[in-house]
Write a protein that binds this ligand. Sequence first.
Ligand SMILES: [Zn+2]
Length: 103
Amino acid sequence: MLSYNDMKLVCMSYMDDFSRINQNRLIRTVEMCDLMEDEKEKKFTLNSTLNIILWDFEEAIQMGFHKFVKTKFLERYEAIQYHEANKKDCPGCKICKIGGLLA
Ligand SMILES: [Zn+2]
């Protein structure tokens, strides 16, 4: 299970793929969550927003949002982690930029 911070990282990595209005929704939600203390509350709030903004992703609609988050988010998270561990050979890519959020 991904923590709130892990999910946030994955959401950020998808940022460019969301419509403008949903990018704003996501940014507002993350700002709000970052002010919360309770991990469960953060995840609940972020998930509520995902249930709205994932309509932007055809794949998520077909797969079902819950399953999409459980599988694709995890894959993306692992890809970011893997890249972080091996990035010394990377000349700089999109994931490098996202990885900066890990620090
Ligand atoms: Zn890179």
